[in-house]
Design a protein around this ligand. Structure first.
Ligand SMILES: NC(=O)c1ccc[n+]([C@@H]2O[C@H](COP(=O)([O-])OP(=O)(O)OC[C@H]3O[C@@H](n4cnc5c(N)ncnc54)[C@H](O)[C@@H]3O)[C@@H](O)[C@H]2O)c1
Length: 114
């Protein structure tokens, strides 16, 4: 259910084959190039404030684009809920508590991420 919800919100149709026979950087792909060009597969994204609002939507978008997302927020429960929602949609997200006003804490989460 989550995946369908995300797709509708992003107004992306995964069945849209436009351009599927084109090459991207010399590589032929089964994916439409317009989609592959934005792929974040193999990347890790660290999103602070991802427990709510803008950060939450950005985190969902990055996960939909293939990134493994570190969901960081002062509200650990909120990011745990989002991690579970992503997992149900087959996407990758892990929840970490962070207080962005605490430089040492931010450094810890960055070190853990990379
Ligand atoms: N420039 C603009 O046009 C514009 C428009 C909208 C929002 N904003 C700003 O963007 C930011 C996010 O807006 P929103 O609507 O998504 O807010 P929101 O309140 O929905 O989300 C903020 C998130 O940050 C988390 N958070 C708060 N303090 C934290 C801390 N110390 N460490 C880590 N996480 C913390 C909260 O738990 C929450 O999950 C706000 O600062 C808002 O003012 C700017």
């Amino acid at each position: 259910m989550g995946g369908v919800f995300f797709t509708k919100r992003m107004n992306v149709n995964p069945d849209d084959e436009r351009g599927a026979n084109m090459e991207l950087n010399g590589e032929k792909t089964a994916l439409p190039p317009w989609l592959k060009a934005f792929s974040l597969e193999g990347k890790i994204a660290l999103i602070t404030g991802s427990g709510s609002g803008l950060g939450r939507e950005v985190a969902k978008g990055m996960a939909m684009s293939g990134a493994a997302v570190v969901l960081a927020d002062i509200n650990k429960g909120a990011v745990e809920d989002l991690a579970a929602e992503l997992a149900r949609a087959g996407l990758q997200g892990v929840a970490r508590r962070v207080d962005v006003t605490d430089a040492d804490n931010v450094r810890e989460v960055m070190d853990w991420t990379v």
